[in-house]
Design a protein around this ligand. Structure first.
Ligand code: 5GP
Length: 127
Protein backbone atom coordinates (compact mmCIF):
# COMPACT_ATOMS: atom_id res chain seq x y z
CA UNK A 1 0.00 0.00 0.00
CA UNK A 2 1.08 3.56 -0.59
CA UNK A 3 0.58 6.32 1.96
CA UNK A 4 -2.72 7.16 0.25
CA UNK A 5 -3.88 3.54 0.67
CA UNK A 6 -3.68 2.78 -3.04
CA UNK A 7 -1.87 -0.49 -3.77
CA UNK A 8 1.06 -0.29 -6.19
CA UNK A 9 0.15 -1.10 -9.79
CA UNK A 10 2.53 -3.14 -11.93
CA UNK A 11 2.47 -1.52 -15.40
CA UNK A 12 4.14 -4.62 -16.87
CA UNK A 13 1.17 -6.91 -16.13
CA UNK A 14 -0.30 -8.74 -19.10
CA UNK A 15 -3.59 -6.82 -19.19
CA UNK A 16 -1.75 -3.48 -19.17
CA UNK A 17 0.07 -4.75 -22.26
CA UNK A 18 -3.23 -5.75 -23.88
CA UNK A 19 -4.67 -2.30 -23.07
CA UNK A 20 -1.68 -0.55 -24.61
CA UNK A 21 -1.81 -2.82 -27.68
CA UNK A 22 1.65 -4.23 -27.00
CA UNK A 23 0.26 -7.76 -27.05
CA UNK A 24 -2.77 -8.89 -29.05
CA UNK A 25 -6.14 -10.08 -27.76
CA UNK A 26 -9.35 -11.18 -29.42
CA UNK A 27 -11.26 -7.98 -28.81
CA UNK A 28 -15.02 -8.09 -28.23
CA UNK A 29 -15.81 -4.51 -27.24
CA UNK A 30 -14.13 -1.25 -26.32
CA UNK A 31 -15.32 2.11 -25.10
CA UNK A 32 -13.84 5.00 -23.14
CA UNK A 33 -14.11 3.06 -19.87
CA UNK A 34 -13.29 -0.51 -20.71
CA UNK A 35 -11.94 -3.19 -22.99
CA UNK A 36 -13.41 -6.69 -23.38
CA UNK A 37 -11.69 -9.66 -24.97
CA UNK A 38 -11.81 -13.45 -25.01
CA UNK A 39 -9.92 -15.34 -22.31
CA UNK A 40 -6.91 -17.17 -23.73
CA UNK A 41 -7.79 -20.33 -21.75
CA UNK A 42 -11.59 -20.47 -21.77
CA UNK A 43 -13.27 -22.25 -18.86
CA UNK A 44 -16.70 -22.30 -20.53
CA UNK A 45 -18.05 -22.12 -24.11
CA UNK A 46 -18.10 -18.34 -23.67
CA UNK A 47 -15.40 -16.82 -21.47
CA UNK A 48 -14.78 -13.11 -21.79
CA UNK A 49 -12.75 -10.71 -19.69
CA UNK A 50 -13.64 -7.08 -19.15
CA UNK A 51 -11.03 -4.68 -17.81
CA UNK A 52 -11.32 -1.02 -16.90
CA UNK A 53 -9.10 1.59 -18.48
CA UNK A 54 -7.00 2.68 -15.54
CA UNK A 55 -4.33 1.51 -13.13
CA UNK A 56 -6.42 -0.62 -10.76
CA UNK A 57 -5.05 -3.77 -9.20
CA UNK A 58 -8.26 -5.34 -7.95
CA UNK A 59 -11.97 -4.91 -7.25
CA UNK A 60 -11.09 -3.34 -3.89
CA UNK A 61 -8.70 -0.84 -5.49
CA UNK A 62 -11.25 -0.04 -8.18
CA UNK A 63 -14.10 0.49 -5.71
CA UNK A 64 -11.98 2.68 -3.46
CA UNK A 65 -10.09 4.74 -6.00
CA UNK A 66 -11.80 4.87 -9.40
CA UNK A 67 -13.90 7.90 -10.33
CA UNK A 68 -17.64 7.25 -10.10
CA UNK A 69 -18.08 7.76 -13.86
CA UNK A 70 -15.58 4.98 -14.55
CA UNK A 71 -17.23 2.61 -12.05
CA UNK A 72 -20.62 3.12 -13.69
CA UNK A 73 -19.24 2.97 -17.23
CA UNK A 74 -17.29 -0.20 -16.52
CA UNK A 75 -20.24 -2.05 -15.02
CA UNK A 76 -22.48 -0.99 -17.88
CA UNK A 77 -19.85 -2.32 -20.27
CA UNK A 78 -19.84 -5.71 -18.50
CA UNK A 79 -23.62 -6.03 -18.92
CA UNK A 80 -23.41 -4.80 -22.52
CA UNK A 81 -20.75 -7.37 -23.42
CA UNK A 82 -22.74 -10.21 -21.85
CA UNK A 83 -25.76 -9.17 -23.89
CA UNK A 84 -23.73 -8.82 -27.08
CA UNK A 85 -22.36 -12.33 -26.53
CA UNK A 86 -25.94 -13.63 -26.47
CA UNK A 87 -25.86 -14.63 -22.81
CA UNK A 88 -28.63 -12.52 -21.35
CA UNK A 89 -31.49 -14.90 -22.06
CA UNK A 90 -29.83 -18.09 -20.82
CA UNK A 91 -27.82 -16.44 -18.06
CA UNK A 92 -24.19 -16.16 -17.16
CA UNK A 93 -21.79 -15.92 -14.25
CA UNK A 94 -19.56 -13.00 -13.33
CA UNK A 95 -16.39 -13.71 -11.37
CA UNK A 96 -13.81 -11.26 -10.11
CA UNK A 97 -10.90 -12.75 -8.23
CA UNK A 98 -9.26 -10.51 -5.66
CA UNK A 99 -6.03 -11.40 -3.94
CA UNK A 100 -4.28 -14.51 -2.78
CA UNK A 101 -7.13 -16.76 -1.61
CA UNK A 102 -9.06 -16.16 -4.82
CA UNK A 103 -6.08 -17.18 -6.99
CA UNK A 104 -6.05 -13.84 -8.83
CA UNK A 105 -3.30 -14.23 -11.42
CA UNK A 106 -3.32 -10.91 -13.23
CA UNK A 107 -2.98 -7.78 -11.07
CA UNK A 108 -5.22 -5.57 -13.18
CA UNK A 109 -8.87 -5.51 -12.08
CA UNK A 110 -11.02 -7.67 -14.34
CA UNK A 111 -14.38 -9.36 -14.47
CA UNK A 112 -14.81 -12.79 -16.05
CA UNK A 113 -18.05 -13.41 -17.98
CA UNK A 114 -18.77 -17.12 -18.24
CA UNK A 115 -21.67 -18.78 -20.02
CA UNK A 116 -22.86 -20.80 -22.97
CA UNK A 117 -23.93 -23.84 -20.96
CA UNK A 118 -25.32 -24.61 -17.49
CA UNK A 119 -22.41 -23.81 -15.18
CA UNK A 120 -23.41 -25.89 -12.17
CA UNK A 121 -22.91 -24.90 -8.54
CA UNK A 122 -20.97 -21.76 -7.88
CA UNK A 123 -17.96 -23.37 -6.21
CA UNK A 124 -16.46 -26.82 -5.82
CA UNK A 125 -17.86 -28.72 -2.85
CA UNK A 126 -17.18 -27.11 0.50
CA UNK A 127 -15.38 -27.97 2.73
P1 5GP B 1 -7.49 -14.32 -12.70
O1 5GP B 1 -7.03 -15.62 -12.14
O2 5GP B 1 -6.46 -13.24 -12.52
O3 5GP B 1 -8.85 -13.92 -12.22
O4 5GP B 1 -7.70 -14.56 -14.25
C1 5GP B 1 -6.78 -14.21 -15.23
C2 5GP B 1 -7.30 -14.74 -16.55
O5 5GP B 1 -6.53 -14.14 -17.57
C3 5GP B 1 -7.20 -16.24 -16.70
O6 5GP B 1 -8.47 -16.79 -16.97
C4 5GP B 1 -6.24 -16.42 -17.90
O7 5GP B 1 -6.59 -17.47 -18.75
C5 5GP B 1 -6.35 -15.08 -18.60
N1 5GP B 1 -5.16 -14.69 -19.31
C6 5GP B 1 -3.88 -14.71 -18.85
N2 5GP B 1 -3.02 -14.26 -19.78
C7 5GP B 1 -3.78 -13.91 -20.86
C8 5GP B 1 -3.46 -13.36 -22.13
O8 5GP B 1 -2.31 -13.10 -22.48
N3 5GP B 1 -4.52 -13.12 -22.97
C9 5GP B 1 -5.81 -13.39 -22.63
N4 5GP B 1 -6.75 -13.12 -23.53
N5 5GP B 1 -6.13 -13.91 -21.43
C10 5GP B 1 -5.13 -14.17 -20.55
Amino acid sequence: MTVSGKPPYDPANIFAKILSGDIPAKKIYEDEFSLAFHDIQPQAPVHALVIPKGDFVSSADFAANAPAELIVGFHRAVAHVAKELGLEETGYRLISNMGWNSHQEVPHYHVHILGGRPLGPMLAAFP
